[in-house]
Each structure stands twice: as C-alpha cells, then as structure tokens.
Design a protein around this ligand. Structure first.
Ligand SMILES: NC(=O)c1ccc[n+]([C@@H]2O[C@H](COP(=O)([O-])OP(=O)(O)OC[C@H]3O[C@@H](n4cnc5c(N)ncnc54)[C@H](O)[C@@H]3O)[C@@H](O)[C@H]2O)c1
Length: 437
C-alpha cells in the first residue's frame, strides 16, 4: 500500500449505518448523543481521548489523535440502521437493558427518531431469532439491490457527505469459504442463484462496497472476509475490515498471553467460560452461531504464542472456550479464565481472572472508533483490508500470505504508526539511542 498523497478533510456530515440495532448499536448511538450534549465523557474511545506522540521524547509534541488526523466530529454523525424488529432505537435500547432509565431518558427523543430500515434476514443463518421486519426479494441479488437503494436514500435524505457501515447484527451460523466466495464473478452469479453459502451479512457488505461505503464487521461471521469481496473492495477503492469486536475476555487474553511469552513462561492450558443473558447470548446458544464465535475466540493464543517456535513452552496447550446463555445476567457478562502456566524447572502456577464486565459498554466505543477510522481510511484513499485496525478485532483480517497479529500492544503500535505514516511523520521505533550520545 502506498502512502496517501493527501487526506481529504472531513467536510459535511458522516452517516454511520449499522445493520443490527440491538444492544451494542443502540448503546453506541445513545452514548454518542450523551457525549455530544455534554452529559458524558467518551470513556473507552481512543479516537476521542487518545493522544499520539510525534517526534522525539524530548520534543513535547503529543496532540490528540482526533486533531492530528482530523477525524469527523461527533456533531457531524448521523445514525441509521436496519433490524429484523421494527423497534426504534429507544425501544430497542430499553429492551436491551444496558443503559439505566435515567441515561436513556436524556436521549429519549433523539433515539425515538432513529427507526430501523427493513432487514435482509434469513432464519437459516441465525436460528434463535424470529424477526418480521424483513425485506422480500426473489434473489439475494435483488435483496442486495434493495440495500443499495436504502443507502442512497438515506444519504440523500440526510444530506450526507460520506457513509460508513459497521455490522452490529447477530452472529450468523458458521460458514466456510467456498468456491462461490472465490471471485466477484462467482459471488454475483451465486447471489442470483440464491446460493446457500451467501449469508445476509455478505449482502450488506456487497451493497456497502457497491455504494463506495467502507464496511467493518463487528461479528465473527465470514461476511467480508472472502476473496470475492476483497477483490470488489479493491476495485471500488473501498476500505474493509473485521472481524468480531475485541471487547472483554479476548482483550485480556491478548494482554496476558504476550506477557507470558515476553518472560518465556510456559502454558499448559487456558479455560475460558462465560455466562451472559442478552439476546447475543441467546443467539450464541445455537451451536451453529456458537461455532462461529468459538473459532474467532480460539485463534488468538495460537498466533500470539507461536507453538511451532516454542514447542517446550507452548507445544501442548489445552485451550477451551465456553459461552453459556444465562438470562438473569442480561448484558452484564461474567467471564472466568483459569490459566495454567509453568515457570523455572517446570513448576506449575495458576492464574484466575474473573471479569464482571458489561458487554455493550465495552463494545460501544469500539463501534465509534471503527466508524471514524474507517472514514479516515476512506478519505485517505486506503482500499481493501485495513489491517492497522486489528486492534479492535478478535479475529483480525489480513493479507492471504500473513498470519494475523493479535498482541494488543503490537496492534496499538501498528495503529499509531499508521497514523504517523499517513501524515508524513517519523515512525516511532522506541530505539532511543540518540538520547545517550
Ligand atoms: N458486545 C460485545 O462485547 C460484542 C463483542 C464482540 C462481538 N459482538 C457481536 O456484535 C453483534 C451485536 O451484539 P449485540 O449484543 O448488540 O446483539 P443483539 O442481539 O442485542 O443485537 C443484534 C441485532 O441484530 C439484529 N439482526 C440480526 N440479523 C440481522 C440482519 N440480517 N439484518 C439486520 N439486523 C439483524 C437482531 O435483530 C438484533 O437486534 C453480535 O454479533 C455480537 O456477537 C459483541
């Protein structure tokens, strides 16, 4: 990828479209509105609170990221979305039960104005969801055309300059890449023939790319992670990325595992289990959707610990991930990790992590950051997979010949160095030998 010659300034309004207006999406929308009105601080958002060091440590240049790269302003964001239920964002947020009534009340009028468009949905891909607010079409291609029309209408109606799409819909059943995903030609033929390996989320991604709208995938579904859509994104000069927001348990896993590896401590096993009771938990109770999530959650350790390079330390790891649907907890997930490590002379030790987290509270700022960074990438003319945004994903997409980078700190360094590179600043290597001349 070449360095952007210039980055177009964020003029006008930015539309943020989310397929899926459930817990994560509505917590994101409500939160941005509360921040805009001065009721809250955007905690958890790197784009809003983060800074970036430029030049030497002695230079004292540490601007805010949002000023350094000129991100779109929160006031310029307009929200839209699709869902299989017709509830407006206020009703959906109230049902999701993430935010307290007193917070929701402050954004009630605003959220009531965000009404979902009819979804492209097929229950064969999300077994535990029964929606009725759904489009009709003879073929998958027709349905994608309807989504394109939605995008154009939304843009015109709201007088938007640019759009981005972030998938916040349910996790679909596990799909493997097949021949139909191999090229744009086979994919388009497959859409017209209603090929079963083309899931609804792929139609949203196809529609977004067709309309020149960057697409980020917050769920572990295959979606845009197929050669056909990568080829299409490159041809249309559109930024794409995914998969699966890195929020709770995997965030900690990608912090702890690099620490063990840094100190050459061994690992025998890592058992991760969760209880959660929101709709996401209900959807993941179906083995097909769980399999998609499990694959996404299992990858991180293998790539971070590199057992082929360190067989004595990581050659025999028992890694298990469980998600249990347990309604009393709602969105307040509890994630336990039991980690069996070993040290000098092979002596065993254990670490227990009990993370009482709030799923959508962790995910909402990620949706915001992805929307703003994907808009930036698009304005900078960066097309195809945006690997520098791996920081936000459990299962980061990357070029075919690469393995994904999961270590949170390498991901952050990559993200910040990409911003420096885009703006023509020196990259920071942390060598620092010049301070001791
Ligand atoms: N919250 C987290 O920490 C977190 C982390 C990583 C990934 N995710 C993923 O983000 C997604 C959203 O999570 P959530 O907690 O908001 O779930 P949710 O069930 O509250 O919301 C998902 C919404 O998507 C809708 N939907 C499903 N299929 C659709 C389609 N084809 N078109 C339009 N709408 C559709 C559902 O009706 C629902 O309202 C899930 O896939 C989840 O696995 C969440």
């Amino acid at each position: 990828m070449r360095r952007p010659v210039s980055v177009a300034p964020p003029k006008g309004k930015l539309g943020v479209l989310t397929p899926g207006m459930g817990a994560v999406s509505t917590t994101f929308m409500a939160g941005v509105e509360l921040v805009r009105r001065g009721h809250a601080v955007p905690v958890g958002s790197l784009t809003q609170l983060g800074t970036i060091r430029l030049g030497k440590r002695t230079d004292g240049r540490t601007p805010q990221i949002k000023d350094f790269v000129q991100l779109a302003k929160l006031d310029d964001i307009v929200f839209g979305g699709w869902d299989v239920f017709s509830d407006d964002a206020y009703q959906a947020a109230a049902k999701a039960g993430v935010l307290e009534a007193k917070d929701l009340a402050k954004a009630e009028k605003f959220l009531k104005g965000i009404k979902p468009m009819k979804a492209v949905f097929d229950q064969n891909y999300v077994k535990n969801l029964h929606g009725t607010h759904v489009k009709k079409g003879k073929t998958k291609f027709d349905l994608a055309e309807q989504l394109r029309e939605d995008i154009r209408t939304f843009k015109k109606k709201n007088k938007l300059d640019r759009l981005v799409m972030v998938w916040c819909g349910s996790t679909e059943v596990f799909l493997k890449p097949e021949d139909v995903h191999k090229s744009l030609a086979s994919f388009e033929k497959g859409m017209k023939a209603n090929h079963p390996a083309i899931a609804p989320s792929m139609l949203y991604a196809y529609a977004a790319i067709s309309e020149g709208v960057p697409f980020a995938n917050g769920a572990p579904n295959l979606t845009v992670d197929i050669p056909a859509l990568e080829e299409y994104a490159k041809a249309k000069n559109v930024a794409i990325g995914g998969k699966d927001f890195k929020t709770g348990q995997t965030l900690l896993k990608t912090v702890l595992a690099p620490a063990f590896k840094a100190r050459m401590l061994g690992l025998n096993g890592w058992f991760s289990t969760n209880i959660l009771g929101n709709r996401d938990g209900e959807v993941l109770d179906d083995p097909g959707s769980f399999k998609t999530k499990e694959e996404s959650k299992l990858g991180a350790l293998e790539y971070i610990l590199q057992p082929a390079l360190y067989p004595d330390l990581y050659g025999k790891i028992h890694h298990k991930v469980r998600i249990n649907y347990y309604p009393p907890r709602g969105d307040n997930k509890e994630g336990w990790d039991n980690i069996d490590i070993f040290g000098w002379l092979g002596y065993p030790m254990q670490i227990k992590v009990d993370f009482l987290c709030r799923d959508s509270i962790l995910a909402a700022p990620i949706v915001l950051d992805l929307a703003l960074f994907f808009d930036l990438a698009q304005r900078a003319g960066m097309r195809g997979i945006q690997e520098w945004l791996s920081f936000y994903f459990k299962s980061p997409m990357c070029a075919k010949e690469l393995y994904p980078e999961h270590d949170l700190f390498i991901q952050l360094m990559k993200l910040k160095n990409t911003l420096r590179w885009m703006m023509g600043e020196d990259l920071i290597t942390h060598l620092g030998s010049e301070y001791y001349d």
